[in-house]
Design a binder for this molecule. Structure first.
Ligand code: CO
Length: 160
């Protein structure tokens, strides 16, 4: 296992729209393992491929009850809504109130190439939506108003 370095704002990879994975092989399995390791070391509840510099539709999630490895995830149903504070390993020190669906149904390919359909709610549903945002280049600061967003951008470019 290898711990990868996490890309932070304003790294442009974080804004990339990711490419679908064609099939799961040894490389994809290694990426999933390394991403999980990186997530645990960083004490995050999820990590998307763009956060480690890869523009592929790969994400890992563990909200404390088991590791989920997702390839090409797609949300096929959303229900309800809920507003909670969210942080992101790529936007350190920032907490944003984000409105998300309370319940989702997601389909994805697991590390064996099998299609999985999963229903999730609460924190898990939130984590899934957060990671899927990453896979289309979206970050939590995009949920802020323009002034707050500008201040955070300015602060992160100074630190870069
Ligand atoms: Co994030």
């Amino acid at each position: 296992m290898t711990s990868l370095s996490i890309k932070k704002l304003p790294d442009s990879i974080l804004r990339k729209k990711t490419i679908k994975v064609g099939s799961v092989g040894a490389l994809e399995k290694k990426i999933l393992t390394d991403m999980a390791e990186t997530m645990y070391i960083s004490q995050g509840v999820g990590l998307a491929a763009t956060q480690v510099g890869l523009d592929r539709q790969i994400a890992v999630i563990d909200i404390g009850n088991g590791l989920i490895k997702m390839i090409n995830p797609v949300i096929i149903k959303k229900e309800g809504s809920d507003i909670q504070d969210e942080g992101c390993l790529s936007v350190p020190g920032v907490s944003v109130k984000v409105k998300r669906a309370r319940k989702v149904i997601v389909t994805y390919m697991d590390e064996n190439g099998e299609t999985v359909q999963m229903e999730a709610e609460g924190l898990l549903a939130r984590a899934i939506q957060h990671e899927l945002d990453h896979l289309s280049g979206k970050l939590i600061i995009d949920y802020l108003g323009p002034v707050k967003k500008m201040l955070i951008k300015r602060r992160s470019s100074k630190n870069a």
